[in-house]
Ligand binder design. Structure first.
Ligand SMILES: C[C@@H](O)C(=O)SC[C@H](NC(=O)CC[C@H](N)C(=O)O)C(=O)NCC(=O)O
Ligand code: NI
Length: 139
């Protein structure tokens, strides 16, 4: 069995592609227009893992998507968590959990999808709650 993708519904496809591609650094791998179903599918992936995709589903007719509590987050490994967060901040993205420990950070997509960034080479053990860490002023 192979993991293929996670599908998230998005309200604004351009805003979502700006976040996932321009700000987060993913690449668009495939796109399907389905006029008969009045929706568009755009698959995006991290360059190093092109087979593990996020399927952005854009329904052409306005729909409200509540924040399904059962969904947690999309997680990505980054080479430099501070540089990744700085690039996102420069693009106007709020860092919900700053990478004070150099290990883990959380940001949100335009549809409030939680995105976890993990520093490459750090243990994947759960980090300490960042609020308990001394704020060195870095973040
Ligand atoms: C391409 C393959 O990976 C799919 O997931 S297509 C699944 C299909 N998607 C849609 O019909 C998109 C539009 C629909 N209005 C929606 O919002 O899902 C589908 O069966 N979706 C139902 C679902 O629960 O995912
Ligand atoms: Ni799918």
């Amino acid at each position: 069995m192979r993991y293929l993708h996670t599908m998230v519904r998005v309200k604004d496809l351009d805003a979502s592609l700006d976040f996932y591609v321009n700000k987060l650094g993913m690449i668009e791998t495939r796109r399907f227009e389905r006029p008969e179903g009045r929706y568009t599918l755009v698959f995006v992936a991290a360059p190093e893992t092109p087979d593990a995709e996020v399927e952005l589903t854009y329904n052409w007719d306005t729909e409200d998507y509540d924040g399904g509590r059962n969904f947690g987050h999309l997680a990505f490994e980054v080479d430099d968590i501070y540089a990744a967060c700085q690039k996102l901040m420069d693009g106007g993205v709020t860092i919900n959990r700053p990478p004070r420990d150099g290990h883990m950070a959380f940001v949100r997509s335009p549809d409030n999808i939680s995105v976890e960034l993990l520093q490459k080479g750090k243990a994947l053990a759960p980090a300490e709650p960042w609020s308990s860490m001394p704020n060195t002023g870095a973040w």
